[in-house]
Structures are given as C-alpha cells and as structure tokens.
Design a binder for this molecule. Sequence first.
Ligand code: SF4
Length: 377
Amino acid sequence: MNAQSNSKTLMEIKDLRVWYRTTRGNAQAVDGVDLTIQRNEIFGLAGESGCGKSTLAKGILGMVKLPAFVESGEANFYRSVSGSTAVASDLIKLPARDMRKMRWRHIAYVPQSAMNVLSPVARVEKQLLDAIFEHTNMSKKEARDRMFECLDMVGLEPAVARMYPHELSGGMKQRVTIAAAISLKPELIIADEPTTALDVNVQQVILQELKEIAADLGLTLIYVTHDMAVHAELADRMGIMYSGLMVEVAPVVETFKEPLHPYTQGLISSIPMIGGGRERMTGIPGNAPSPLAWPAGCRFHPRCPYVMEVCREKVPPMIEVAPNRLVACHLHPTPLSESASPADLSLPDWEEAVSQAPVVQAIQDIKEGGETAEELS
Ligand code: SF4
C-alpha cells in the first residue's frame, strides 16, 4: 500500500485493537487506539501497568504472538524516501518477510530486558555486525566502523565489542541494545521500559544519552513507561492510556502543568516530590478494571472523583479541546473556543475530589462501620 502523508507525520495508528485469547473470552488489552506520531519527536506512552501500552508497542511492530492477536486497525508508517517523499506501509498488514526488513532498518525496538534480544553465547561484536550485514550492503570495514561509532554514542569502550553479555553489567547490556537499535539509523525507535530494571543513577545517564542520540540522529522515539517522572524529563509530547484506550494526548509541559483528564491528574498527583513540605500522596482510588469486562461508558468512571451520570452510559469521544491537546472526558465535551485558554478547563482540586469519591467513601464507611468487604458484598 502506498500513500503520502503530510511530511511531519511519521506514523498514524487508527482504531487499533490487540486482544488476548483466554479461556474466559478475549481480553481487550488495546481496544481502539488512534494516535499520530510526528517526525523527530520523543513521544512518551504512559499509564499504569496493564493499561495496554506495551501491547500497543508490540502490536505496531507485529511482535504479538498467540494468545495475543491484532483484532483490527491500522498502523500506517510513512517512510521517507530520498529524504522528501513519505511512503506509507500499513505495518499491521505487512507480510512477515517485509516486516522483518522494516525492523532494524526503519523501526528498531529496545526491550525492557536486554537479555530478550542479546544472545548469551555470542560476543557483542558478532551480534551488532550480524544485524548490520543482514540489512545493508556495508563492507566489513564500514560495518565495524559503524559498530564502534554506535558503541561510542552509548558511552561504551571499544573493548566491549569482544565481550559476552554475561561479562557486562545491566546498564552496559541495555546500552548494547540501544547501540544495536541505532546501528542502522532507523527513523523510529520504540523503547519499552528499557531502564526500568536499572538503578536510578544508571537510568538517569541512559535517558540523557537517549535524548542526545535522538537529537543527533534526528530520529523519532516512542518511549513506553509507567514512570511519569521519566516522561517529564524525556518526552516532548505524551499520550496517557487507560484500560486499552488513549485518554489524553498533549505536549509534556502542558500535561504536567494543566492535566485535562482526571486520570492524568491522578497519575501526576502520585509522583513523590523531593523538597518542599511533607505532603500525603493522594494516588488514584480503586483498582484498574479487567480487560475481560471493561466498565460501560467512560472506563475510568468507577474510580473518577468527578463522575457524572453521563459518564456511566456514554463513552467520551477524543476531542481536540485546544491546539495539540486531545482529551476523552465528558468534562470537556466541546473544542475550546478561540478566546479561551486550556487553563479555563482546569480540573478541581484532586485531593479534595478524591476524598469525596464514591470508592473512597465506601472504604471510609467500612472503616467507620467496622464491616468487612465480604459482609458488604
Ligand atoms: Fe471522569 Fe466522567 Fe471524565 Fe470519565 S468522562 S474521566 S468519569 S468525568
């Protein structure tokens, strides 16, 4: 399939659904995501564990295996050709052979665990060179030069090339996977919680390196993590997922300054702050629902402190309420008028609202009445 895009758009995901077969029915992990990724941006994909963000990343890359499967949708990837024209391939419909060619060369993946991609029985240089030879016609010398250049970009000494993965620390192994990902100068890198298993100091250094590499190579990075602090530091724009759906997409500064979706507000209120007075973290009341039976209407309604009658019945559509700011919430039913600013949409105080939320009230009643949850059910 060939089509042109406006030159800024790198990927357009349309109504993508990735489900898991289970004995109790289909778990609808990703359930109708629409998203546009721009060239040269760092896009942060956020949300609690189980919201579908990793499944979405793997779905785009054709990396889901049974019991997971792509139920429907499109992921149109606009490759640049000769530096100017963009040619679209729907990654979902791409034959496996073509998808293999697309991976590494145009789209690279950095997984959470380096050992998922590194062979324990091959030296680093063999693993990096094999990937380069498989996808290019480089000579041996060109490939080796490229390999050392990439190792240098991720802060590794040339000597690391002769080592086996077991001789490297966790941080070094993750750097090798990043070196592999950038070795063919892809247009897009999808990094799925690549620093989650590392200590905070190493994480900090690797994030900084990633940011510099993305800028130097002019590539687009989709960074998946539940860690909102990482997004604050790394991303240009971010998307918040909840229960298999995108609920808010906005530039990172606006997201943190003026979150428009109550779930985003809750995620931000859960970030511990260094300095300032001792403050109780409010968090988000209740638990995430099961993908086997999403709640009707807005899927966040059982946990939302601002829930209204309409929320229990009608799914809120995603609306561009201000330039570059999308939100799916009945509190924001219409696009913002030109004279207003996003601050006019600001939500009430989260802590105050949460203390009044039905789920919090129910827990309070149990505590005060001395009844157990079992007695109440
Ligand atoms: Fe809360 Fe209603 Fe908005 Fe959902 S639609 S987030 S329940 S206010």
